[in-house]
Design a protein around this ligand. Structure first.
Ligand SMILES: Cc1cc2nc3c(=O)[nH]c(=O)nc-3n(C[C@H](O)[C@H](O)[C@H](O)COP(=O)(O)O)c2cc1C
Length: 224
């Protein structure tokens, strides 16, 4: 598949046909995804491939609290899990919210769950002394995750970045026997898509790219 076509059509896939993802194809996907960059080329990502029913169910349980809060905040008009605008909802309001199936079902229906961990001792977090939430560490992890999704697309498969188990990170590390100096970045359910979207809704270049200053002229090829 041509690179730009893959970039335009790698959608979040949450519904799977139940077809298996053969190890040979999964290995090829990973063997291409591994060329992603990481800070200092330290390559601290560790992936755990989960197919066993019991582990899937446990992970699905661990996703529920994070997903419940996401759904409750969304319903209340808040930006879910936003780090600069904390929720105004009470624990009771959150507890009364139903967990939407699309957060949890992929854990049970995907051909395989790719649990994405990173060895914290490999990271160079240049934003660690700023008074805001850390961003830079993720940049040594998520390029590989995105490569994984692009490669899956090229092979006729798909998946989604799911971060809802991250609030339950200690329990996930324990479940998988991962060392404590590791962090959970996301879980990616992978499988054969029921539907393959071909038109993704994204902002045009000129709406988020400017010249020289944040409030500078929008970057467009045909200025007014
Ligand atoms: C950092 C990140 C976290 C995400 N977390 C979740 C998640 O927990 N559950 C989920 O279903 N989708 C999750 N998504 C998928 C996004 O909702 C999806 O990429 C976005 O809505 C665009 O969807 P589209 O490509 O189908 O247009 C996440 C995506 C990213 C990049």
């Amino acid at each position: 598949m041509e690179l730009y076509e893959a970039m335009h059509t790698t959608a979040a896939i949450r519904e799977f046909t139940g077809e298996p993802l053969p190890d040979e194809v999964l290995h090829r996907i990973l063997d291409n995804a591994r060329f992603a960059p990481s800070g200092g080329n330290r390559q601290g990502v560790r992936l755990v491939l989960v197919t066993e029913r019991e582990t899937r169910e446990r992970l699905a349980d661990l996703v529920a609290p994070g997903a419940r809060r996401y759904a409750a905040q969304g319903k209340a008009g808040e930006t879910p899990w936003n780090p600069v605008a904390p929720t105004a909802l009470s624990a009771e309001q959150i507890a009364a919210t139903r967990v939407p199936g699309f957060f949890v079902d992929p854990f049970l229906t995907a051909a395989v769950l790719v649990v994405v961990l990173v060895d914290l001792s490999t990271l160079a977090a240049t934003d660690q002394e700023l008074e805001r939430i850390g961003l830079v560490s993720g940049a040594s992890v998520y390029p590989l995750v995105w490569n994984l999704l692009l490669a899956a697309r090229a092979e006729g498969f798909g998946g989604v970045v799911n971060t809802m188990a991250v609030p339950a990170e200690p329990a996930v590390l324990d479940l998988l026997g991962a060392p404590a100096n590791h962090a959970l970045a996301c879980v990616v359910p992978l499988g054969k898509p029921v539907k393959q979207p071909t038109r993704l809704r994204r902002q045009p270049v000129e709406s988020f790219v400017t010249r020289e200053r944040y409030n500078g002229e929008a970057f467009t090829l045909d200025p007014e």
